[in-house]
Design a protein around this ligand. Sequence first.
Ligand code: ATP
Length: 387
Amino acid sequence: MKLDDSVALEAVAERESLVVDGATRLFGTAVALRAVSLKVRPGEIVSVTGPSGAGKTTLARIISGLECLDAGEIRCRGGRFDRIAARHRRVAHMFESYALYPHRTVAENIASPLLALPAAERPSREGIRERVDELLALTEMTVLADRLPGALSGGQKQRVALCRALVQKPSVLLLDEPLAHLDAKLRHRLRREIRLRLKSGNAPAIWFTPDATEALAVGDRVVVLIDGEVRQDGTPEQIHLQPADIGVARLLGDPPMNLLDATLVDQIGVMTARHAAGTVTLPQRMRGATEFLPASGRCVLGLRPAAFDVLPTSTATDGLAGEIYTTEPMGKHMVVSVRVGADLVRAKVEPGSAWRPGDRVVLRADPARVLVFSAESGRTVDPGSHP
Ligand code: ATP
């Protein structure tokens, strides 16, 4: 490709990107969104995740024009999106509440956005049927094509709403919790299939979900929204390996990351975290970490369940000592909950392991996988990332 061509393609990609710039939305005195900024390029999937009340639905409604901005702007297709009426934005928005037409069949509901297009842009009858049939097959609903929404389960209604968003060729695609009510097997298959479709569709797409595991699986980039603010915007790997703060860390993993209060001690260059139930050795890259912490060295350790070895007390000289509280067989692994001091720590071990409640054990964390957060600011501490 010639340089001129790549410059021209980049200019088109810029023009067709969705840009949310400083979006702020208040409801009375409550701040639903505070200066939220993000960018989604054509063909890119950005997943927006955060706990209930984080502002995900409000952000989706602002982009599609159902909610107005108190400050900030939305740009797409080279202009101010937020100044265009909702019906002219060409946003395919799958609502968390489905919003199906009750008197139209499943197939008619799915076809409805195409039938509403101006005649010059509307596909032929056969073209519409083909697209609807393909989506019905994709979502395992072919046999339900002639049913009315009133005769569908919650998960089936959700799939109709999903198909109705996917049938369009929009300027922006928004999926608000698209797979929340589906069984695990269908959810996993559809994640993969929808991802492939979105990648080939070439519209900027945002996938909203409270499930951080799903967000990391489907997004090219992940934006973590908490209390209406963007806490982190990065690749799934960046979010997984280095969550920006304790709030982000709390959302990650199943079982979630263990967060333990500790004190960092620098013993002639060897960094150790002291906890009421023992010590955790930190990686070399944490040298100098105390500079980023209060003078007391107070910090919060982030320890993933898979980062631990569970050892008999007799063989371990360092680690966190405790007593097994519960064991949960989970198929591919077993989750062992261990009381260490006042904390309950969950560790993933081999399935069929012989540990039983009441056993005295030591938890030893792999130093390379230990995360440290400031107890004061909640922000991640990683001196190894500073030049
Ligand atoms: P969930 O995952 O539970 O759907 P969410 O991340 O989508 O949550 P929003 O529905 O966007 O969160 O809500 C963000 C905040 O704004 C919440 O505190 C909510 O109570 C508030 N909020 C949303 N809509 C309104 C409204 N119409 N009037 C008043 N407050 C609202």
